[in-house]
Ligand binder design. Structure first.
Ligand SMILES: Cc1cc2nc3c(=O)[nH]c(=O)nc-3n(C[C@H](O)[C@H](O)[C@H](O)COP(=O)(O)OP(=O)(O)OC[C@H]3O[C@@H](n4cnc5c(N)ncnc54)[C@H](O)[C@@H]3O)c2cc1C
Length: 383
């Protein structure tokens, strides 16, 4: 099945991964699988739409669910969508791959789609490899760039290398890394036509039992502009309160390393990294995290990385734009206090000024000039 995929491994750069300009698209006919929950289109689908539009050609959206009408109407107004297929069935209510994958196969067979695209989310990762297997083509997962209609860029080895993969398969089944493509938010008030999706057999081999969702007033970890993550250095779950206090002051989401999750300090929905969430906020603060490659795989595309660690040799400092070598139990409360009593940090320039002005407050601030990844210029980005 994978024989038709060839790969060329290139050295990683921190720059946007191979977002090369690509204009052709003749003959491209893409199906975008729309992930949605509680009547809202998922953010990852809007990122995937941008990737779909980059392919050129037409983009048909497929909305499946027990009541897909409302979402289908929203999707019909998204700029770049040429048609919406709506599949209504109680079996589609919870995106079970055993039922949705055959639906994708039927839709492809009826409309001759050349590309199937969706977000690289738990849902996308569940459904798309199964659909690819049913069509006997390779699944190309977690793409971060599109070089042409058959050539895609994707990280491998936990992001330590970037592969450019070219597929000879007639149907390209692709999941898209959300942080690598801007969300497509433009709308087209006129809307496009909606029609019923072809019917597919629902196997009923799996049954949806239920789900437990962590509700939080804090920003969503996957899309927050600022993230503060704690690692094993936090020592226990109670100490994470320090991070929540700081996060609340900064309007940030809280994340964690796998070691912190495995030790039971926090819920695993907070895990950032290769086997957790991939985030790329404007500001990422790593507290008591050593910087293992599996953690870096989930956050190294963040625009500005700040590390607080008592070990000056911790690998996290190799990717940090700013590093504070100090005991976190001293540094974090002091930082929170400074944030509390000073005007809110609203952009990178503020943060840069603050960190430099207050270099004396908690040890040594090391500004990384450049790193092996060839970055290090701090940008001033408005909130
Ligand atoms: C297949 C696989 C997948 C994985 N996926 C992930 C993943 O998705 N995400 C992930 O994070 N990891 C993942 N890991 C685990 C990863 O290899 C590391 O074990 C993990 O990231 C380490 O977490 P940590 O940095 O919190 O802990 P440690 O490596 O133990 O580092 C703790 C750090 O805290 C510092 N510290 C301690 N006390 C203080 C203090 N008082 N003040 C300041 N600093 C202090 C220490 O100096 C140290 O650098 C994966 C591993 C494998 C094999």
């Amino acid at each position: 099945m994978f024989a038709s995929v060839t790969s060329r491994i290139a050295l990683q750069t921190r720059s946007t991964l191979a977002q090369r300009f690509y204009t052709t698209g003749a003959g491209v006919n893409t199906l975008l699988y729309v992930e949605h929950k509680d009547g809202a289109i998922s953010g990852a689908t809007l990122n995937a739409l941008t990737a779909a539009k980059k392919l050129g050609g037409s983009v048909t959206a497929l909305v499946a669910g027990d009541a897909p009408e409302g979402v289908a109407q929203q999707v019909a107004k998204l700029e770049g969508i040429s048609k919406v297929l709506s599949a209504k069935n109680t079996a589609y209510a919870n995106s079970l791959p055993e039922d949705i994958a055959p639906l994708l196969v039927e839709a492809q067979s009826k409309f001759g789609f050349t590309h199937l695209v969706t977000g690289h989310t738990a849902v996308g990762k569940n459904i798309f490899p199964r659909a690819a297997a049913l069509m006997d083509v390779a699944a190309i997962s977690d793409i971060t760039g599109i070089e042409s209609e058959d050539t895609f860029v994707r990280p491998i080895y936990a992001g330590n290398a970037i592969a450019t993969v070219k597929t000879n398969d007639k149907i390209k089944v692709v999941t898209v890394r959300g942080t690598a493509f801007e969300a497509s938010s433009a709308t087209n008030d006129a809307g496009v036509s909606e029609e019923e999706a072809p019917s597919a057999e629902t196997l009923g081999v799996t049954q949806w039992i239920g789900e437990e969702i962590q509700k939080s007033d804090r920003p969503d970890l996957g899309s927050a502009k600022r993230v503060i993550s704690g690692g094993r250095g936090m020592k226990n779950g109670e100490n994470f309160k320090m991070l929540y206090d700081l996060a609340d002051k900064m309007g940030a989401a809280v994340g964690a390393s796998r070691a912190a999750v495995d030790a039971g300090f926090v819920d695993n929905s907070l895990q950032v990294g290769q086997t957790g969430k991939i985030v790329a906020p404007e500001l990422y603060i790593a507290v008591g995290i050593s910087g293992a490659i599996q953690h870096l795989a989930g956050m190294k595309d963040s625009k500005t990385i700040v590390a607080i660690n008592k070990d000056a040799d911790a690998p996290i400092f190799q990717v940090a734009d700013y590093g504070l070598v100090d005991d976190l139990f001293k540094a974090v409360p002091e930082l929170t206090e400074k944030v509390r009593t000073r005007p809110r940090i609203s952009n990178y320039k503020d943060l840069e000024t603050r960190m430099e002005d207050e270099a004396s407050f908690a040890g040594t601030v090391k500004k990384q000039q450049t790193t092996c990844n060839g970055y290090g210029t701090l940008q001033s980005v408005e909130d």
